[in-house]
Write a protein that binds this ligand. Structure first.
Ligand SMILES: [Zn+2]
Length: 168
């Protein structure tokens, strides 16, 4: 469906930021996401990479938990993420039929939107209508990551976050 006119809602990104804080409490880098279907909160995701490995990004864990139910949800289906999703997660969003991805902080090193030149790529996928809205509440989502740098002693996590922010 055409969702180019979608207007992001502050409350949903704030919920994603809250999920990112939960991730940090669980020993992860603070990255969070939420899925909203026709303006109703459906699911919350937090990165679980430290616990479950490289594919357990918040967007993926959220979609994995929903399973095939994601295809029965009302549209527009909008995923909010505090960080620009990687290639893997954008692929998962396309497969899930998500209409819009709204993200805060651009990921300088592994940002899928930048690498894949979405939305140009999504237009080439039959039926693909994924729209990206970037930089939404970016100062708040970036503050979440910078706060992690100030307080965490996890070397792997802080090195990763520094690389994400290196393009500032
Ligand atoms: Zn990802």
């Amino acid at each position: 469906m055409a969702t180019g006119a979608y207007t992001p809602k502050e409350k949903w990104m704030k919920a994603a930021i809250s999920a990112g804080r939960d991730a940090e409490l669980h020993g992860e880098v603070p990255i969070g996401s939420v899925l909203v279907a026709d303006e109703e909160l459906i699911a919350t995701g937090e990165t679980m990479v430290a616990r479950r490995g490289p594919v357990a990004h918040g967007e993926n864990t959220l979609l994995e938990e929903l399973g095939s139910r994601v295809w029965g949800l009302p549209h527009p289906l909008v995923l909010y993420s505090t960080l620009e999703p990687c290639m893997m997660c954008l692929g998962a969003c396309i497969n899930a039929g998500i209409d819009v991805v709204v993200y805060g902080t651009p990921a300088s090193t592994d940002g899928g939107a930048w690498i894949l030149r979405i939305p140009e790529v999504s237009r080439k996928i039959p039926g693909g209508t994924l729209t990206l809205i970037d930089g939404y509440l970016e100062s708040e989502t970036t503050a979440l990551l910078r706060g992690y740098l100030d307080t965490s002693s996890n070397e792997g996590g802080t090195t990763y976050v520094r690389s994400l922010l290196s393009g500032d």
